[in-house]
Each structure stands twice: as structure tokens, then as C-alpha cells.
Design a protein around this ligand. Structure first.
Ligand code: MG
Length: 268
């Protein structure tokens, strides 16, 4: 099942998204009474998805992100081996989150602003001390995040809060897919295409089989330290191929079977 959040002429709501494929004119958004974390009860209102605007599918209390979870990305950004620089945790504030189609806005002090296409999970219930083998029991579904990062601020500051926490630097979407069995997380393609001056280039073309920490390990590691709440999002790390974006660009992250997350880029 797919859950989303939409802006309609009457306001905002959570919904299920019914139909196959990704063509919004062929999909229906059906308003639900509560949140995506319970079995859906419908209000009876529905819209063609192309007639409403998709928002970020959740309002997380925090986005917990794994850095340095792909060896090729560690090499391209840090110029070191993954063995010498293991995965790390950081947080992106909820105010960095935007939905599909919303502009990534680059302030003038943020330079070398790069996309990072990442597979993400949405937490379904409050949890702590989750064992790796039990990870599916606390996850509501999968989504996509673009962990937008000012590479210059990341290295200048040391702490990553500013580089990765700027408003609009956390696009999430297009929706939550709850059917985890549709995916083999040890063999899931992740791609990113950047359109610059009318030319579209495939810059990330990787696979979750390259993840150093796997999903179960990640959730055990995070919940050893902090409680996760329904709607919290975990970003599982970026493969190599990240590149700077500038005003006028369009960045699209794709996880086949899950969907595409596309956002324009503007100067703030
Ligand atoms: Mg990242």
C-alpha cells in the first residue's frame, strides 16, 4: 500500500494512493481519517493525483541519517578508505524537509551544494533497543530522500548541522510504500539524474548491496541511542556520484519499484 500527504483545494490530508505505476493522472488519492500509522479508514473524499499536490509523506520529529555508508562515496568525498572512516550518524532537522516538486533553495553562504540520492525508511511505531533481525516490525515503509549537502560548509564547520540542515535540504517522497516484501534491500537499485541547462545526466547508478551497514544494523545502532517515533525517517546513506547543483537545475532520485523524487533547484 502507498501512503502520501497531499495539498488539495480544501486543505492538507494524509491519503492512500491507489492504482498502479507512477503516472499521476492514473492514480487516485483517497483521504484517510487518521495517519499512515494505523489501518486506513476513509473519509470518502478522493482526487485524481494529478489534480492535487504531493507533499512530504510524513512530518518527522527527526531525520536520522547515516553518513559514509557506501565505500565509493567515502572515497569521492573524504578521499579515504571506508575502513579508516566508518559510518557515522547525524540528524537533519524537520524544517529541512520538503516534498516532491518543492524547490531546493540555496542560500548564498552555502556553496558546492550537492544532491545525495538515498533509500529511506519511515518508522511506524515508538521504538528503542530494536534488534537487527526485528527491524521490519518497527518500519512502516520505504521512501526516498535527497540528503542535500553543502560540501564546503560540511568541511568548514566540522559538524554537519548547517551543511545538511538548511531549510529545503531534505526532500522526501514521493510516498511511503508499505509492502516491504516487494523489495530486496540487499539488491535494490538507486539512481540520480541531474538536469543542467537542458541536459539530463545519470550521475548515481548504484545498488543497496553496496551499503556497509545494512538496514537491520542501522536500526539497531540508532535505537541503541535514541527513541524513534512514528514518522521519523532514516536516510541510509548515499552512493558515489554526487555533484554540485546550481540555480535552474532539476534533480531526480529514483528507486525502481518505489518511485521518483524530483525537485527544482533555486537560489534562495
Ligand atoms: Mg547522505
Amino acid at each position: 500500500m502507498r501512503f502520501g500527504r497531499i495539498a488539495t483545494p480544501e486543505g492538507m490530508c494524509f491519503c492512500t494512493i491507489e492504482g498502479e505505476g507512477e503516472d499521476h493522472s492514473q492514480l487516485t488519492a483517497k483521504e484517510i481519517k487518521d495517519t499512515p500509522f494505523t489501518e486506513p479508514e476513509y473519509t470518502g473524499r478522493e482526487w485524481r493525483l494529478s489534480d492535487v499536490r504531493l507533499l512530504a509523506p510524513v512530518l518527522p520529529s527527526k531525520v536520522v541519517a547515516i553518513g559514509r555508508n557506501y565505500a565509493d562515496h567515502v572515497a569521492e568525498v573524504f578521499k579515504k578508505s571506508a575502513e579508516s572512516l566508518p559510518p557515522t550518524l547525524f540528524l537533519k532537522p524537520p524544517t529541512s524537509v520538503v516534498g516532491p516538486g518543492a524547490a531546493i533553495k540555496i542560500p548564498d553562504f552555502a556553496t558546492k551544494v550537492e544532491f545525495e540520492g538515498e533509500l529511506a525508511v519511515v518508522i511506524g511505531k515508538p521504538c528503542k533497543h530494536v534488534k537487527a533481525d526485528d527491524w521490519k516490525s518497527v518500519v512502516r515503509g520505504l521512501t526516498i530522500i535527497n540528503d542535500v549537502s553543502s560540501r564546503d560548509l560540511q568541511f568548514a564547520d566540522g559538524q554537519w548541522a548547517r551543511a545538511k540542515g538548511i531549510d529545503t535540504f531534505g526532500p522526501i517522497g514521493p510516498w511511503i510504500e508499505t509492502d516491504l516484501d516487494k523489495f530486496d534491500l540487499d539488491d535494490q537499485k538507486i539512481m540520480a539524474r541531474l538536469t543542467h541547462e537542458g541536459e539530463t545526466e545519470l550521475l548515481q547508478d548504484s545498488n543497496s548491496n553496496q551499503m556497509i551497514m545494512k538496514m537491520g544494523e542501522i536500526i539497531e545502532f540508532i535505537t541503541a541511542s535514541m527513541t524513534l517515533l512514528p514518522g521519523d525517517v532514516i536516510a541510509t546513506g548515499s552512493p558515489a556520484g554526487t555533484q554540485a547543483m546550481v540555480d535552474g537545475d532539476y534533480i531526480e532520485i529514483e528507486v525502481p519499484g518505489l518511485g521518483k523524487l524530483g525537485n527544482p533547484v533555486e537560489n534562495a
